[in-house]
Design a protein around this ligand. Sequence first.
Ligand code: SF4
Ligand code: SF4
Length: 183
Amino acid sequence: MSSTFVTRDGSYGMPQYLTAIDGATCIGCGRCFKVCSRRVMHLYGVDDAGEILGACDGKDDDFDGELNRMIMVVDHAGRCIGCGACARVCPKNCQTMSRPTRSRHDMTRQTRRMALPFRTFFRVLVLVLCSNAVTVYFASHSVRLAIVTTLACSLLLQMVYFASLLFLVWRSNCACRERVKKD
Ligand code: SF4
Ligand code: SF4
C-alpha cells in the first residue's frame, strides 16, 4: 500500500498529482488557482507567438504591450499533494495528472532489500575467516601468520560491507534528489 493515503474513515486513496497544464487550451480563467491550497500553478502572460513572457504578478502585466493572453503554468509541481481539485474545476480539461511513482520511503526499503542482511554477512565472514585461517596454517605452519592474515581479511571484508552500504544509501539519496528536481 505504498504511495497511498488513508482517509478519516480508514479507506485508502491514490493521489493524482498535477504535472502539466496544456497552454494551448488553457483560457486563464484562474479556477484551478483558486481551489489549489498549495500554490502549485500561477498565471503567466504569453505573446502572439505563444512565447511565455513572465508571471502575471501585478507589476508589469501588459509586458510592454506584448501580452496576448494569460495561461496557467505549473511552476511549483513539487508542492502538489495530489488532491485533484484543480482538474475537477477546469472547464477546458487542460490538466495532466499522474500517480505517484516511488516515494523516498519506497526507495529506502528497496535499498534495504538490495543490501546483504547483516546476519548473512556475518555467516559469510565467519566461513571465509575460518577457511582462510586453516588454509594459511596448513600452507605456512605458522599460527602467527594465520592470525595476522585472518585479522587483515576480517578488517577488509567489514570495510567492503560498510562501504557498499554507504554506496547504496548515497545512490538512493541521489535518485530521490533527481526526482525532486524533475518535479
Ligand atoms: S492536485 Fe490539488 S494540490 Fe495539486 S495542483 Fe491540483 S489543486 Fe493543487
Ligand atoms: S481552470 Fe483550466 S482553463 Fe482555467 S486557468 Fe486553470 S487550467 Fe486554465
